[in-house]
Ligand binder design. Structure first.
Ligand code: NAD
Length: 483
């Protein structure tokens, strides 16, 4: 199994290699096989990427928005046409099952390209009457945007950042996670083929030091990170040093609240999706499942029954429903949390073990009788580990759901629609689902509050984060100077 790209980086419309960079490998986590060998960006590579982006941006911003949109539309069409190849690549790099990558990765990226392609020509400013004089506003591109990605949805993350940035006239230098370097390069090729001028979408590889070099460079106007809270604290602080715009899409420990009048099968299905999809490696997962006491036993029985049917195995087999974790290191972290959950006295309902000996597989795991103070209920595990907590009343569960440093998302399952709205209004999160979970259409803004982040991706909200307003005052009469 090889997925060797033509070169490590993509700069100014071309594949670029610099063998002086630290070598690193991309590993297929289902088998441990090396699928590609790359080099991290050297300072010279980072400089080339930023110089290319800076040189290309002004002309791009000056083009008609409809023209920018046309190119992004073409890219979306190419992505859809190559969905299978892109999905295989993503499956090799991340270990996520093909059954998922075929519908959730390049497809979601193409949605973003299409959405922002259509959005770009609709952007307008304001005119402001001032009683004689007047003012108007212009929406301007920010300049060069640095995108830094996590490893769980590499293609989607690259597109969710590149599509709005490019649509509104910016240039992008994107650094994928060092664990999943490949699909961003495929995106760069597609954008180039669609007609995107050279220099507007560049990919540089490497770990945190490369990301930090981008964030610290004065040529970068905006930073958008998808990653963990500890990384977010560092990147946000560094961006602040340069007074740069910043979007931080960070981690979570989101509550999924199931009232006892909920449809039990839908609630169980949502809890499974919100804990086991992508082997649990989703930022918005509802990993604290609060189940009202009256429904608890039936919920756990049905959950154990359905979890037992999950097909875990070779992610390239389309019948497989669950693949490995992204890496063996991540598997060890997750197994460490499982051991801690047992030691803390949580009741293991199912799973709890590694599966097989070579791949980074962990069985879908459910803990019941979990209390709020347990580490498994407080920290983001980022693996297929669900914690089920009991609750009695609405006030109680709202307070407990909010008692966390995170605030990414939340779900509420109930047939009482007034209660659903009442509860979501009081949850301290960026995204809520009522009788659904983890659906993130590009039309809907997405992002976190509290430690889970600042800024929003997708929807109309993205305009605020990839453009700035210039105000223009227009004097219509004589200048009234008192001297
Ligand atoms: P991570 O924080 O370890 O790394 C994220 C990215 O930041 C990587 O590309 C990494 O190389 C880079 N990085 C690390 N240190 C840096 C530094 N000092 N300066 C600049 N860049 C630096 O996260 P991860 O392990 O790749 O991803 C998992 C995390 O991402 C989880 O916490 C998850 O919740 C979060 N996530 C959030 C969202 C969201 O939209 N809110 C989506 C996906 C994942």
């Amino acid at each position: 199994m090889r997925a060797q790209p033509k070169a490590s980086h993509f700069i100014d419309g071309a594949h670029v290699e610099d063998e002086n960079g630290t070598p690193f490998e991309s590993i297929h986590p289902a088998t441990g096989e090396v699928i590609a060998r790359l080099h991290a960006a050297t300072p010279a590579i980072i400089d080339r990427a930023l110089a290319a982006a800076t040189a290309a941006q002004a002309d791009w911003a000056a083009r008609a928005p409809v023209e920018r949109g046309r190119i992004l539309h073409r890219a979306a069409t190419l992505m859809r046409a190559r969905n299978r190849d892109l999905s295989v690549l993503e499956t090799l790099d991340t270990g996520k099952p093909l059954q998922e990558t075929l519908v959730a990765d390049a497809a979601s990226g193409a949605d973003a390209l299409e959405y922002f392609a259509g959005f770009a020509p609709t952007v307008t400013g304001q005119t402001i009457a001032l009683g004689g004089d007047m003012a108007y506003t212009l929406r301007e591109a920010l300049g060069v945007c640095a995108g830094i990605g996590a490893w769980n949805y590499p293609m989607q993350i690259a597109c969710w950042k590149a599509a709005p940035a490019l649509a509104f006239g910016n240039a992008v230098v994107f650094k994928p996670s060092e664990l999943t370097p490949l699909s961003a390069l495929a995106l760069a090729e597609i954008l180039a083929e669609a007609g995107l001028p050279a220099g507007l979408f560049n990919v540089v590889q490497g770990a945190g030091a490369v990301g930090s070099a981008l964030v610290g460079d004065p040529r970068v106007a905006k930073v958008s990170l998808t990653g963990s809270v500890p990384t977010g604290r560092k990147v946000y602080a560094q961006a602040a040093q340069g007074i740069k715009a910043a979007t931080m899409e960070l981690g979570g420990k989101s509550p999924l609240i199931v009232f006892d009048d909920a449809d039990p099968d839908n609630a169980v299905g949502a809890a499974m999706l919100g804990n086991f999809y992508s082997s649990g490696q989703i930022c918005s997962n509802g990993t604290r499942v609060f189940v009202q006491r009256g429904l608890r036993d039936a919920f756990l029985d049905r959950l154990a029954e359905r979890t037992a049917t999950i097909t875990l195995g070779d992610p390239l087999d389309e019948a497989t429903q669950m693949g490995p974790l992204v890496s063996h290191a991540q598997m060890e972290r997750v197994l460490g949390y499982i051991a801690q959950g047992r030691a803390e006295g949580a009741r293991l309902v199912c799973g709890g073990t590694r599966v097989g000996e070579s791949g980074a597989f962990v069985a879908p795991t459910v803990f019941a009788d979990v209390t709020d103070d347990m580490v498994i209920a407080r920290e983001e595990i980022f693996g297929p580990v669900m914690t089920v907590l009991d609750f009695d009343g609405e006030e109680e569960v709202i307070a407990r759901a909010n008692a966390t440093e995170f605030g990414l998302s939340a779900g509420v399952f109930t047939r009482d629609i007034a209660r659903a709205h009442r509860v979501v209004a009081r949850l301290q999160v960026g995204t809520c689902w009522i009788n659904a979970y983890n659906l993130t259409p590009v039309e809907m803004p997405f992002g976190g509050v509290k430690a889970s982040g600042v800024g929003r991706e997708n929807g109309h909200a993205a305009l605020e984060h990839y453009t700035r307003i210039k105000s223009v005052y227009l004097g219509m009469g004589d200048v009234d100077a008192p001297y």
